[in-house]
Design a protein around this ligand. Structure first.
Ligand code: NAD
Ligand code: MG
Length: 394
C-alpha cells in the first residue's frame, strides 16, 4: 500500500536462482521492501555484494569455516555477520514480515520450519521440505498460524485459482510438466546423458539440482507430493499433464466440469512477485504472454516407463509413511553423484528405487512424527543411497 512501511524480508538461499530473482524484484520495487537478512551456503562473494547492495542488516553463511571471509568482505559496514547452521535458524527466526524459503534440498528444512514456527509469512520454494517432512511441517504451520504461499510455479498457479474459487468442489488438480530436456529421448540415449545435457532446460533457468530433477521428471513427482500437502486433496485427485511450452502453469478442474488455469511466460519472477505482494499484486518484468505468437499449446500424457523417477514418487505418495522422506534423501544423493560424474543418468532413479526397497527391508516404514524423526530418516536414506552409489561407481 502506498505510504505504508516497507515489508521486511528474510531471503534464505539468496545467492541461488530463486534468491537472485527475489532480490531482482526488490531492486525494481525499492519502496516496497527492506531486506533484513540474507543467507547462502558458501558463495561469500555474492552474498556480501547482495548484502551491501540491499543494505541488509545481517548476512549469514551456512558454512561455518567461511565466517572470517564474510566478516572481511563486509568490514566497514554495519551489517551483522554470522555463520553455521544455528545462525541459519536464527536468521529465519528474526522478526521479518516475509521469508523466502529458497534453500535447495533437505538442508532448508530446519530454517524453513523455524520460520513457520514463529508464525511468519513463508513463501515456499523449497519443495523438498514438504516432501520430506509434509505432516510435521504442516502441523507447525497450523499451530503457529503461519501463512504459507507457494512459489513453485505450478502450486502458485493452483493457489491463485483456489484463492478465488470454491475449494469444496474440486474434482482434480492438474499439474503441468514441461517434460524436461529429455522429453523425446529414448532410454538408450538417456543412459549416456551428461550433466550438461541434463541441466539444459528448454524453458526455465534454474539451479542444478532442480534442473536434473526436471530431466528425470522426479521434479514433477516431488511437486505432486508438494501439492498433496499444500492443497489437502486425495492422492487420486492429482494428475500430471505434459505441456512442453510451459505456458499453462497448472489447472484446477471442478465438479461441474469447469477447468480454471493460470497462464504466463515461464519466468519465476511472476510467481515470486505474487507471493511478495500478496494479497495485493505488484509489477514484475516477465515477458508479456503473447499467445498469437506462441500459436500452439500442446499436451501429452507422462511416460512412466521412460521416466521411472516420476513413477517412484507417485508410488511413494501412495505408500506414505517413511517413503517420501526416503525418496527425497535418495534422490538428493543420486543427483549429486550424477552431477559429480560418479554415476549415469538412469542410475539416479535406480538408486532411488533400491533405497526405497532396502529401507523397507530395514524396517524404515513408519511416518516421521517430529523434526528429529525426519532428520534421522533422511540420514538413514542418504546412507543407503551412498552405499548404492559406491557399488555402482566401480
Ligand atoms: P540454487 O541451487 O540456484 O540455489 C540454492 C540456494 O540455497 C543458494 O543460495 C545456496 O547457497 C543455498 N544452499 C544450498 N545448499 C545449502 C545448504 N546446505 N545450507 C544452506 N544453504 C544452502 O537452487 P534454486 O534453483 O534457486 O532452487 C531453490 C529451491 O527452490 C529448490 O528447492 C527448488 O526445487 C525450488 N524451486 C526452484 C525453481 C527455480 O526456477 N529455480 C522453481 C521452483 C522451485
Ligand atoms: Mg515447478
Amino acid at each position: 500500500e502506498p505510504g505504508s512501511a516497507p515489508r521486511t524480508l528474510c531471503v534464505l538461499g539468496s545467492t541461488g536462482s530463486i534468491g537472485t530473482s527475489t532480490l531482482d524484484l526488490v531492486a525494481r520495487n525499492p519502496e516496497r521492501f527492506q531486506v533484513d537478512v540474507l543467507t547462502a551456503n558458501a558463495n561469500v562473494e555474492l552474498l556480501a555484494s547482495q548484502a551491501r547492495q540491499f543494505n541488509a542488516r545481517m548476512a549469514v553463511v551456512a558454512d561455518p569455516d567461511r565466517y572470517d571471509e564474510l566478516k572481511t568482505a563486509l568490514s566497514g559496514t554495519n551489517i551483522a555477520v554470522a555463520a553455521g547452521p544455528d545462525a541459519l535458524n536464527e536468521a529465519a527466526d528474526r522478526d521479518t514480515d516475509y521469508v523466502m524459503a529458497a534453500i535447495v534440498g533437505a538442508a532448508g528444512l530446519e530454517p524453513t520450519l523455524t520460520a513457520a514456527r514463529r508464525g511468519a509469512c513463508v513463501a515456499l520454494a523449497n519443495k523438498e521440505c514438504l516432501v520430506s517432512a509434509g505432516t510435521v511441517f504442516l502441523e507447525a504451520v497450523d499451530e503457529a498460524d503461519a501463512t504459507l504461499l507457494p512459489v513453485d510455479s505450478e502450486h502458485n498457479a493452483i493457489f491463485q485459482v483456489l484463492e478465488t474459487h470454491n475449494r469444496d468442489a474440486i474434482d482434480k488438480i492438474i499439474l503441468t510438466a514441461s517434460g524436461g530436456p529429455f522429453r523425446t529421448w529414448e532410454k538408450a540415449r538417456m543412459e549416456a546423458a551428461t550433466p550438461a545435457e541434463a541441466v539444459a532446460h528448454p524453458n526455465w533457468s534454474m539451479g542444478a539440482k532442480i534442473s536434473v530433477d526436471s530431466a528425470t521428471m522426479m521434479n514433477k513427482g516431488l511437486e505432486v507430493i508438494e501439492a498433496y500437502y499444500l492443497f489437502g486433496v486425495e492422492t487420486d485427485q492429482l494428475d500430471v499433464l505434459v505441456h512442453p511450452q510451459s505456458v499453462i502453469h497448472s489447472m484446477v478442474a471442478y465438479t461441474d466440469g469447469s477447468v480454471l488455469a493460470q497462464l504466463g511466460s515461464p519466468d519465476m519472477r511472476t510467481p515470486i512477485a505474487h507471493t511478495m505482494a500478496w494479497p495485493a499484486r505488484m509489477p514484475a518484468p516477465a515477458a508479456r504472454l503473447d499467445l498469437a505468437e506462441i500459436a500452439q499449446l500442446t499436451f501429452e500424457a507422462p511416460d512412466l516407463e521412460r521416466f521411472p523417477a516420476l513413477r517412484l514418487a507417485l508410488a511413494a505418495l501412495q505408500t506414505g509413511g517413511a517413503a517420501p522422506t526416503l525418496l527425497n534423501a535418495a534422490n538428493e544423493v543420486g543427483v549429486a553423484a550424477f552431477l559429480g560424474g560418479e554415476i549415469g543418468f538412469l542410475d539416479i532413479a535406480a538408486i532411488v528405487e533400491d533405497t526405497m526397497s532396502r529401507g523397507v527391508a530395514q524396517g524404515l516404514s513408519g511416518a516421521p512424527a517430529s523434526l528429529d524423526d525426519v532428520l534421522q530418516l533422511d540420514v538413514a536414506g542418504r546412507a543407503i543411497a551412498a552405499e548404492l552409489v559406491t557399488a555402482r561407481r566401480s
